[in-house]
Write a protein that binds this ligand. Sequence first.
Ligand SMILES: [Zn+2]
Length: 157
Amino acid sequence: MLKLKEKDTNLFYLASGFANEEPVYYTFQQIAANVGPGWSDILEDLCVKLLHLGWNGGYEQIKEKFGTLRFYWINNLSGIKGDIAYDCVEVAEWRSGMYCEMCGNLARQREGGWVLTLCPECAVKRGYPINKYEKEELLLKGKITPETEVVLRPENA
Ligand SMILES: [Zn+2]
């Protein structure tokens, strides 16, 4: 995964939608705080790629929705660079659906009111359902005990 050289630099700005307003600039840490820490690497890798292509750092919203990263950026690129950038965003959003938003471990999307992408361990911590195989694995690894309260997914879900 690619890393930003200067995370503390105000490289990113929130597009207000009003052309006459001064944009508000943010550091990587500030924009990364819009999603869970488990997706920080995916987001950083994406930002490095887009900045390398010539992105000016403008965005409208960065958030989690239905268990995946949503990256609404201002496309100031044209031609092939714009096409590549769109693909980079798509790949990052797709990858986020396979990694725990809380810890970055391999994960799956889970229904628990709000759809979240969580590894089995983080799912248990947040009261989200896991299946019986995930429960067995957590028990074997000593991540939970038989006394741990676990929400089990219905057999065929
Ligand atoms: Zn996790």
